[in-house]
Design a protein around this ligand. Structure first.
Ligand code: ATP
Ligand code: NMN
Length: 176
């Protein structure tokens, strides 16, 4: 049995790690699919697909999760929403069920005959990537909301500067 979780993971946080553990408890194998892989250096999508793969791989490794049971892959956002589920089936390794608490995603997948499981969430008011991005910019203590491996990577690439520049840049396409 293989379970799939998807998200932009901008950045990957402890709520995401908790979900990965839930799936590994319930399934033999886990696929983590990084969505919107073609977007980066944007306010809601600051990190590249490659950086997000590293965040996730390093986080699973430092938690001593069995990497031989995990796939970490990236997929692009699709213009045609109605064919999104077929795209997932053709692009990802085979999956048996998808873990998602999003009604919109559940509807799209259920309409295509894909089983959806609603996961338990770690307090979403605290563990959400939007909040963590804003804490990084304003220099609040965000270290406790992400795996150490993510903290190390974001510090190494100077995420604070990237987020700050993106949020004020006149050339940022999301500002127009
Ligand atoms: N606190 C959490 N606990 C458990 N799972 C979570 C939590 N937050 C998000 N997830 C799961 O992770 C997946 C990816 O979420 P996503 O990357 O959109 O995270 P997010 O923190 O909500 O991001 P953003 O705030 O940037 O929209 C979602 O399918 C959701 O089910
Ligand atoms: N058209 C598309 O490519 C499309 C459609 C629906 C969801 N998604 C993405 O799939 C992911 C699903 O995660 P959630 O279960 O948290 O909503 C999100 O990152 C969302 O952006 C992409």
């Amino acid at each position: 049995m293989r379970g799939l979780m998807m998200g932009r993971f901008q950045p990957f946080h402890l709520g995401h790690l908790d979900l990965a553990k839930q799936i590994l408890d319930e399934c033999d194998e886990l696929i983590i699919a990084i969505t919107s892989s073609q977007f980066n250096y944007l306010e809601k999508d600051p990190f590249t697909a490659g950086e997000r793969i590293e965040m996730i791989h390093n986080s699973l490794k430092e938690s001593s999760l069995d990497l031989t049971r995990c796939f970490v892959v990236s997929i692009e956002n699709q213009f045609n929403v109605a064919t999104w589920a077929s795209y997932l089936k053709s692009t990802l390794p085979h999956f048996d069920k998808v873990y998602s608490g999003n009604d919109y995603v559940s509807m799209l997948l259920a309409d295509s005959g894909i089983e959806v499981v609603i996961p338990k969430f770690l307090d979403r008011t605290q563990f959400n990537a939007t909040r963590i991005r804003s804490m990084i910019i304003s220099d609040e203590n965000w270290k406790d909301f992400v795996p150490n491996a993510v903290y190390d990577l974001l510090t190494k690439i100077n995420a604070k500067n990237r987020l700050a520049v993106i949020s004020i840049s006149d050339t940022n396409p999301t500002k127009h």
